[in-house]
Design a protein around this ligand. Sequence first.
Ligand SMILES: Nc1ncnc2c1ncn2[C@@H]1O[C@H](COP(=O)(O)OP(=O)(O)OP(=O)(O)O)[C@@H](O)[C@H]1O
Length: 306
Amino acid sequence: MIDVKQLTKRYGGTTAVDRLSFQVRPGSVTGFLGPNGAGKSTTMRAVLGLDTPTSGQALVNGRRYADLAHPMRQVGALLDANAAHPGRTALMHLRCLARTHRIGRARVADVLDQVGLASAAHQRVGRLSLGMRQRLGIAVALLGDPGVLLFDEPVNGLDPDGVRWIRQLMRALAAEGRTVLVSSHLMSEMELTADRLVIIGRGRLIADTTVSELTDRYRQGVLVRSPRATELAAVLTAHGGQVTPEAPGEVSVTGLDAARIGDLAAASGIAVHGITTRTASLEEAYLRLTADAVEYQAKPEPVGGR
Ligand SMILES: Nc1ncnc2c1ncn2[C@@H]1O[C@H](COP(=O)(O)OP(=O)(O)OP(=O)(O)O)[C@@H](O)[C@H]1O
């Protein structure tokens, strides 16, 4: 469990994280989303004891990182795939870490296997591809078999196979009952990986929700096709619906759900040829939620400027 409580972090005049509170619970993948500069990495660094909060707390299993008896056995993290010494082999890198944290050699072999690096164990880190270095970083995170895992932008620079592998790994770790927090600025990726979403902008909490709640919140009405669309529109309006004509024979309805529209049409003897509940894509929902928090936005093109 990760517990961020009223966390504030300032660097000089910049407030990177501003009274941020949220919890990350075991058994699911929690996506940590926000535009560039939102404060995701800073929050993760505070959880891992790498940054001291200006005020507030970031706790792992109820304790500050510095107070954990065996930190590597409780929390693992991938922050920077380039953190390993380029001159060491993957195996040596893991063995050194294992020795420092009193973790057996057998576990090193296990994690190399788990991340698919067994055949590259003797290659120097500097010669590994970005994808392989990401895998090595994940092996480090898993080394102590921790219950809490943080991954900062783990799919950056990976090919589609690597992306799919990471997605499956995150879900498998959560299914084992672990707490998994994974940051990204891509909602499209989180839509496929996460169950819960913590969305921040300019260091503040924007939403702490589930993927399905967010989709529901941005439901955009019901699209109805009928050969008698005009008559149907009158019936629906009389029963509290707001009806907007779309294409010929098609209306968009808000204020009534699909079941009620179907019942009203049936009761009036009006045939319906199609009825679809529309939702904004999660990507659209996310862009709307974070629009005010985007630091650098492309200027809209002037009208007639093409
Ligand atoms: N060591 C530092 N010194 C000064 N400012 C910093 C430092 N680290 C982060 N910041 C600033 O704090 C803010 C939050 O940065 P942070 O890296 O946490 O955001 P992020 O959400 O991880 O962004 P990205 O998606 O671009 O990685 C930014 O304005 C950043 O410039």
